[in-house]
Design a protein around this ligand. Structure first.
Ligand code: P9H
Length: 251
């Protein structure tokens, strides 16, 4: 099955254990010239990176860590600056730190505004969304007796702090995109965030008519529409049963 030329026969790709791939890569780097995304096969910190690459129409390969040993091999191979993933091999670099990776991709594909003023707006919006996404990212790891309260906090922040800001931005300038009347990383991250919040609360946009039309508009941009199709590299929400192996890999 090919996605944007990434022939990612899931089984084939990830069956070649990380060690073989990592060993190969270390010596030759990836021959395809496509970015290579090193992470676990769950929705986590690599997801916004996939969204941005997909929105920019950039083909990428994925290397899934399946064991602690896979992580150790990347570490001993000197591929992880801070001994952590996500790591993205791109343009001869082994980039780590999700926000650094996102900044590089956004700049490379002109998704961060036409000037410093637009960049400042985009950065404010993106960092606001990142705070909400961090709450969502950690929700799955909350103890069962704290989950309900934690979800209530996430939905309160989404519908009373963050979504009102973006509804007003769209209302005030009446444009299709958040900044500069052109697609930027802020639009991509906002759509990603809206879809994640709707997974918890399908009518989360009930009070936000402009965000509803924004969601439809950005979801229909060809590159993004393709990423939203079944079979794309986009990950489903983290399943409870996936957590033990995650903890085994990272603890
Ligand atoms: N600032 C996975 C899913 C949801 C939330 C967290 C972790 C942080 C960045 C090994 N990497 C579960 O704990 C795994 C980071 C990067 C950095 C890691 C170690 C984490 C997760 C894996 N942990 O933004 O890139 O926390 O490599 O020794 O710290 S992601």
């Amino acid at each position: 099955m090919c996605f944007r030329g990434v022939c990612r026969d899931v089984n084939a790709q990830s069956s070649r254990s990380n060690s073989e791939q990592t060993a190969g890569n270390q010596i030759r780097g990836n021959m395809s010239g496509k970015p290579v995304l090193h992470y676990v096969s769950v929705r986590g910190r690599m997801e916004p990176v996939k969204w941005l690459l997909a929105a920019a129409g950039v083909e990428f390969e994925e290397r899934f860590l399946e064991t602690k040993d896979d992580l150790q091999k990347l570490r001993t191979g000197g591929s992880l600056l801070f001994q952590q993933v996500p790591m993205v091999e791109i343009d001869g670099m082994k980039m780590v730190q999700t926000r650094a990776i996102l900044n590089y991709i956004a700049a490379k594909y002109n998704l961060c505004g036409k000037d410093l003023k637009e960049r400042a707006l985009i950065d404010m919006y993106v960092e606001g969304m990142a705070d909400l996404n961090e709450l969502i990212l950690h929700h799955d790891f909350k103890p069962a007796d704290k989950k309900e309260e934690d979800l209530a906090n996430i939905l309160d922040k989404a519908t009373n702090r963050y979504f009102p800001v973006f509804e007003k931005v769209l209302k005030d300038h009446g444009h299709d995109f958040l900044v500069g009347n052109k697609l930027s990383r802020a639009d991509v991250h906002l759509l990603e965030t809206i879809l994640m919040v709707e997974e918890f609360k399908p009518d989360a946009l009930a009070k936000f008519p402009l965000l509803q039309s924004f969601k439809a508009r950005i979801s229909n941009i060809p590159n993004i529409k393709k990423f939203l199709q079944p079979g794309s590299p986009r990950k489903p929400p983290l399943q409870e049963k996936e957590i033990p192996n995650l903890m085994a890999i990272f603890s």
